[in-house]
Design a protein around this ligand. Structure first.
Ligand SMILES: *Cc1c(COP(=O)(O)O)cnc(C)c1O
Length: 372
């Protein structure tokens, strides 16, 4: 076997992530690597923090990018905030809520599950009942934008309920950040994690997180050590902050952070409200095209994510064959159904740089050709 250089094709990424990365971000990635304690690099990291605060709409001082994908951001929030024996209310309306349960249980805590059907948002009335039934609960965890189903939950209301019952919130904003309004300070969310490769349109492998002062206080009051050395934020913070005397914790993914800096800068240049509006506009265009092909959405209009369009595969269509034709003949990737929706749904992403007219047109044309 001879191995030669790997040259990937140029695809259009309209699945559940990663999304299309802009040429500007790819160019940033290809800049010379410098030392991760180089003063110039440290200065850039301060800018990344401030750009992340803008993206999260927060003034939380503890706002950084975890050096690993969204799943590590999820785990960072749970291992730092949840102690053995605690009770956590976990909302589950798709794949990622169940991963939250896994995280809670691996922290030695009890997960009280609040279940909603796939494709439905989290029901605040059920969460309130769970809070009344479990007064010892200390945290409410939920997914803002369920990428497995395309449903958006009401983070503001869930956060209000949690606070009313003395609980902190852990919020999965992997797919919501940059795509739909996410107001961390205004909604008083406590621990929020995201991913670089969804609506930020950066390369995969980084997880922006932000912690409110209340959640930092809870971490500082822990009675035992965080079981993960790598994700223990009390150690990581020495690297991300500390006025000129940053200490080595792990080698930061230098070039990936250049890329994140560039993608966040693009978000800031566009204006976050404009980015939210662009996602809505492109969703409306795609919706009209799909409906003209007789394709139905799985989520009710008011709870639909513009950046992740979950639709039913029409009767008698081999969904995997369609996706494979799109990939091979059109260089277009769309997503399959996950879990309960496997074989029954397509998930069409309009995330970040991919949320543009050309992509809507390509997807509509390709689906029309393939389905007829
Ligand atoms: C993609 C995703 C994750 C996991 O992120 P990775 O970067 O794949 O680890 C978590 N939650 C949601 C809602 C996601 O869409």
């Amino acid at each position: 076997m001879t191995i030669s250089r790997f040259i990937p094709p140029r695809r259009t990424l309209m699945g559940p992530g990663p999304s299309d990365v802009s040429p500007r971000v790819l160019q940033a990635l290809a800049q010379p690597t410098i030392g991760h304690l180089d003063p110039l690099f440290v200065g850039m990291m301060d800018e990344v923090k401030s750009l992340l605060q803008y993206a999260f709409q927060t003034e939380n001082a503890f706002t950084i990018a975890v050096s690993a994908p969204g799943s590590a951001g999820m785990e960072t929030c749970f291992v730092n905030l949840v102690e053995p024996g605690e009770t956590v209310i976990v909302c589950r309306n798709g794949v990622f809520g169940d991963r939250m349960r896994e995280n809670v249980e691996r922290c030695g805590a009890k997960a009280v599950m609040v279940d909603d059907d796939w494709g439905k948002p989290v029901d605040p009335a059920k969460v309130e009942q769970a809070l009344l039934d479990n007064p010892e609960a200390s945290i409410v965890a939920f997914v803002h934008a369920e990428t497995s189903t395309g449903a958006l939950s009401d983070a503001k209301t869930l956060s209000e309920l949690a606070r009313k019952h003395g609980c902190l919130t852990i919020v999965d904003a992997v797919t919501s950040l940059g795509g739909v309004p996410l107001l961390v300070d205004e909604w008083q969310l406590d621990a929020v994690y995201s991913g670089s490769q969804k609506c930020l349109s950066c390369v995969p492998g980084l997880s922006p997180v932000t912690f409110s002062p209340r959640s930092v206080e809870k971490m500082q009051k822990r009675s035992g050590k965080v079981q993960s050395w790598f994700l223990d934020q009390s150690l990581v913070l020495g690297y991300w902050s500390g006025e000129g005397k940053r200490s080595y914790h792990h080698t930061a993914p230098v070039n990936s952070l250049y890329a994140l800096h560039e993608s966040l800068l693009m978000l800031k240049e566009e204006g976050i409200e404009n980015a939210w509006q662009r996602h809505r506009d492109m969703h409306e265009l795609l919706k009209a095209e799909l409906e003209s092909l007789g394709i139905q959405f799985l989520v009710e209009a008011e709870h639909r994510l513009p950046q992740l369009n979950a639709v039913a595969v029409p009767e008698g269509i081999d969904e995997a064959a369609v996706r494979s034709t799109l990939l091979n003949d059109y260089n277009l990737e769309i997503g399959a159904g996950l879990g309960a929706l496997a074989g029954k749904a397509w998930r069409i992403g309009l995330m970040g740089y991919a949320a543009k007219r050309e992509n809507v047109a390509l997807c509509a044309k390709a689906l029309k050709d393939v389905l007829s």
